[in-house]
Design a protein around this ligand. Structure first.
Ligand code: LLP
Length: 463
């Protein structure tokens, strides 16, 4: 690994180009535990390790770019969510954040349930042994084949997303001689404070059935009339990467009001409510996520209070965290390829991956942290932009960050908190090969999703 000094790029002291950053950290070698997986630390010799293994060794064995996932951290987070919600509630891990067979096995062992939203996720879940009754099936446009398969294998619930789907699922279940447990997804009219592409409870978007105008009440009416359906509850998911509990509270309150309305109209008390996922995690030191225990307490209190006020039995609550479980458990390891100082602006640090392994920065203007992990440095902080190798100027992984001014080709840098929605949204843009996911635990590293190869690319290309 080269350690040669590179001409220093523009420093914060020289210029302050526009961008989102605070003052450079006092110690560039420090690893903020808020954003790094739990077993990550820096050795005395300056090399960062995870699960007891140095990143230099990991890079040698598995190559870069690669995602390294701290299995102990993942399992601990599953347990924290399960313990926080207790035996009167259910935690469904949202597989869209990241799903693989190993993940399914960890979930099964740690007592969590699973939310899937496609036939592919369902296949992965079943293949790895998740009992069907612990699976919730989501999606705003499930195909008839997907519905039929879900009903046949006996998923624990299908979350209905439209009036057409109510009829579709009922017919399929009836034709199979089954009665499918379902929830109805409602949009509660909350503007969650997050990026507009990941907010889902306002009215002008594709998910769910609006509470407004009595539409959700009408959906309940129709679902209760159909023999193929057993309506077990109401579902609400307000968005993703949310820190403020106020949106969840409004959502819980409105869902309980619908339960009261259903009881008044039909004499039926629906036994379950699902309040979705969406809890934010720390991508940078400025983010302050809540602990599962606080979330469980806040949601439990509001539901209990509202139910008491409405004279309802408290329903069984479920939640669907994805990002909050897997997000903090992984980092992406890259090798620095080129370092290009732009006078008066910032230094562009090009790595061997990019928007194909992390589209979140380009898509949502997401913020990330980054650190030099193959050594320590006492060089001055250098305002940097970490970019990928794709043919696009928007190919940015970390928009504004400070790295040491002696950063050089061959150094390893890592971007923490990439466990959620990075590998699962990875692409083959420019025929990039999607990186592997390597689980690390107690001094052992194991590939759980292998790196794509050029043969994989050619196998799909049958022209
Ligand atoms: N439940 C439902 C019905 C959902 O639609 C989602 C996420 C979740 C649970 C899990 O949300 P989480 O706890 O992970 O925030 N690709 C975007 C996030 C899209 C989220 C889609 N639905 C991102 O990278 O930020």
């Amino acid at each position: 690994m080269s350690r040669s000094a590179h001409p220093a790029g523009p420093r914060h002291a020289d210029v302050l180009p526009e961008g989102h950053y605070t003052a450079p950290p006092t110690d560039l070698n420090a690893l903020d535990e808020k954003v790094w997986a739990r077993t990550v630390s820096r050795n005395d010799d300056g090399v960062v390790r995870v699960g007891g293994i140095e990143v230099t060794r990991l890079a040698e064995e598995f190559g870069t770019p690669a995602y390294f996932l701290d299995e102990a951290d993942f399992r601990a987070r599953c347990r924290a969510w399960a313990d926080a919600f207790g035996k009167d509630a259910d935690v469904f891990y949202a597989g869209k954040a990241f799903l693989s067979r190993a993940v399914v096995r960890w979930l099964t062992e740690e007592g969590l349930n699973l939310d899937v939203c496609s036939g592919g996720e369902l296949t992965t879940a079943l293949d790895a042994g998740m009992p069907a009754e612990r699976i919730a099936f989501h999606g705003n446009n499930k195909s008839e084949q997907e519905i039929e398969r879900a009903v046949r294998v006996g998923v624990g619930r299908i979350v209905l997303d439209s009036f057409q789907e109510i009829v579709r699922v009922a017919h399929i279940a009836q034709s199979l001689g089954k009665r499918q447990r379902v929830q109805i997804r409602v949009t509660v009219g909350v503007e969650a404070h997050t990026h507009e592409f990941i907010a889902t409870a306002h009215e002008d978007q594709k998910f769910g059935i609006a509470l407004a105008g009595g539409q959700a009440a009408e959906a309940v009416r129709r679902a209760l009339r159909l023999d193929g359906l057993e309506l077990i509850g109401i579902h609400s998911h307000i968005g993703s990467q949310i820190f403020d509990m106020a949106g969840f509270e409004v959502s819980a309150r409105r869902v309980v009001q619908l339960l009261a309305q259903v009881r008044d109209e039909h004499g039926v008390e629906l036994p379950e409510i699902d309040l979705g996922g969406g809890l934010g995690i720390a991508y940078t030191s400025e983010d302050d996520p809540r602990e599962p225990h606080d979330i469980a307490k806040a949601l439990g209190e509001i539901v209990t209070r509202e139910c008491e006020a409405a004279g309802l039995r408290t329903p069984r609550i479920s939640v669907e965290p994805g990002r909050a479980i897997v997000g903090p458990t992984a980092f992406t390891l890259y090798e620095v390829g080129t370092v290009k100082p732009l006078e008066g602006l910032r230094t562009y640090v090009s790595v061997d991956g990019g928007m194909s392994d992390n589209i979140r920065t380009a898509l949502y203007d997401a913020e990330y942290s980054v650190a030099l992990v193959s050594r320590i440095s006492d060089a001055a902080p250098m305002l940097s932009r970490v970019v990928g190798k794709h043919c696009e100027s928007g190919d940015i992984v970390v928009k504004d960050a400070f790295l040491p001014a002696d950063l050089a080709p061959g150094d390893l840098i890592a971007v923490p908190a990439t466990g959620a929605y990075c590998r699962s949204m990875a692409s083959n843009y420019n025929h990039a090969l999607r990186p592997p996911v390597v689980a690390v635990r107690d001094g052992e590293a194991r590939v759980i999703v292998r790196r794509e190869t050029e043969e994989d690319l050619l196998r799909l290309d049958v022209g």
